[in-house]
Design a protein around this ligand. Structure first.
Ligand code: AMP
Ligand code: GLY
Length: 429
């Protein structure tokens, strides 16, 4: 069958590799893809269509006979790509626009969790600065800091402020409501209690009722070693995350995953596709920090290579009720680590168009995959084209082995200003 993957990051490069490895996939298209997907060759090619060009993508699918479309990023989901493709009778992996509100509206997600008794931080919801500030003054008098202040809409992971005191909190509401630094995405603002603990993420593929779990992963969101500096899209990840013990996973399934799928279906928003559950785990008790309506980036670059069964077969099974029976096996006893190589200056201003060399020896390094994120191929030359440029993954028999292998490959990738964290996975050791 012909498969279309929508997106342009390392997540989509990893998906393209997993899809093209399946004997069920004759041809794989990536729209718009990146330099890495352009260089894959074989049955993989890029299609120059933006992930927000829903009509263009549907037209391409109809014209070229694509039977299965997989949506990588959140934006086309928020725009309603799944609804459009479904109404045209096309198979597409992802949630409807209404179901994707679990990610695109934190106000919706928090109300949903409250209605369905799903564990999450207590919160209040505001649509104007005066009531938000009045709440902050009350929290100040009762000593309830830190507070977490969030824009409700999509902000590429940047719409969250952890305010340690009254002044920081008031500055955040001013930025959101008055300076409108995130525009309409902050028309609604959530203020919630600060959760203690360690973060981990759980990913699943669901048909709305049944689901299959990937291995739990841990991201590294801050730019600097030791979790310092600004938030980014993610600077590295590893899986499985030992923090998510079988006992914690049992609680996550019982208290979070099943009530989420059941509640969404009950309320008329049946949830299909990938679901990302961002967790805070405090003394073995899981709380939802956020939902995302897609797989994570860079977490996909560790959870997907650890899948040891046919990815396309599993995706197809999410359309015909056979998800419980399809093989969905993980490489047993293996670990994976991925290290993001970013442009100098990221997550603030950075240059693009810088020439990149990837050492030939990387191709023969054991169990190592160089996923491209922000690269493009210009006149046959690879250049940087984004903030996160590569995500270098390695598998190993142990986590230290996979980390060591990933960093060895990172050392062979060179461009001006290249930056990576040196401590990916260290937390788990
Ligand atoms: P979100 O976009 O909601 O995932 O938030 C981004 C990051 O802010 C999370 O990954 C956490 O590190 C942090 N965060 C969000 N909400 C909370 C909370 N209630 N308590 C503590 N940290 C939080
Ligand atoms: N790595 C965080 C995310 O994909 O949202």
């Amino acid at each position: 069958m012909k498969v279309l993957i929508i997106g342009s990051g390392a997540r989509e490069h990893a998906m393209a590799l997993a899809v093209s490895a399946s004997p069920l996939a004759d041809e794989v298209f990536v729209a718009p893809g990146n330099g890495g997907t352009a260089m894959m060759g074989g049955n993989v090619s890029n299609v120059p269509l933006k992930s927000s060009d829903l009509e263009g993508l549907l037209h391409f699918v109809e014209k070229s006979g694509v039977e299965l479309t997989v949506v990588g990023p959140e934006h086309p989901l928020e725009l309603g790509i799944v609804d459009l493709f479904r109404s045209a009778g096309r198979h597409v992996v992802g949630p409807s626009k209404a179901a994707a509100r679990l990610e695109s509206s934190k106000a919706f997600a928090k109300e949903f969790m409250q209605r369905n008794a799903i564990p999450t931080a207590a919160y209040h919801h505001f649509t104007d600065i005066s009531s938000a500030d009045a709440y902050i003054e009350k929290a100040h008098s009762s000593g309830s800091f830190p507070l977490v202040i969030k824009a409700s809409g999509l902000c590429a992971g940047k719409g969250v402020f952890i305010a340690g005191d009254r002044e920081e909190a008031l500055a955040a509401t001013r930025d959101l409501f008055e300076e409108r630094i995130f525009g309409d995405a902050a028309d609604e603002v959530i203020i919630e209690h600060f959760l203690k603990g360690e973060e981990a993420s759980v990913f699943l593929l669901t048909d709305g009722t049944n689901y299959r779990l990937f291995l739990p992963a841990q991201d590294h969101k801050r730019i600097g070693d030791g979790d310092t500096g600004k938030n980014t899209g993610g600077m590295g990840a590893y899986a499985p995350a030992p923090l998510v013990t079988p006992e914690v996973m049992r609680k996550v399934e019982e208290r979070i995953i099943r009530p989420t799928l059941y509640g969404m279906a009950e309320e008329g928003n049946r949830y299909t596709g990938f679901l990302y559950v961002g967790l805070m785990i405090d003394n073995g008790e899981p709380y939802v920090v956020e939902y995302n309506a897609r797989l994570g980036d860079p977490e996909t670059q560790v959870v997907l290579p650890l899948l040891n069964s046919d990815f396309v077969a599993a995706l197809s099974a999410s359309f015909d009720g056979s998800l419980p029976e399809v093989p969905f096996e993980m490489h047993s006893g293996k670990s994976a680590a991925t290290v993001v190589i970013a442009s100098g200056g990221y997550p603030d201003h950075y240059e693009t168009g810088l020439p990149v060399t990837v050492g030939d020896e990387v191709a023969s390094m054991p169990e190592c995959m160089v996923y491209h994120a922000g690269t493009s191929l210009v006149d046959g030359r690879l250049v940087t084209a984004g903030g996160r440029v590569f995500s270098v993954t390695a598998l190993g028999e142990t986590l230290p082995e996979s980390i060591e292998r990933a960093y060895r490959a990172v050392g062979k990738i060179v461009f001006e200003g290249a930056y990576c964290r040196k401590d990916i996975g260290a937390k788990a050791l």
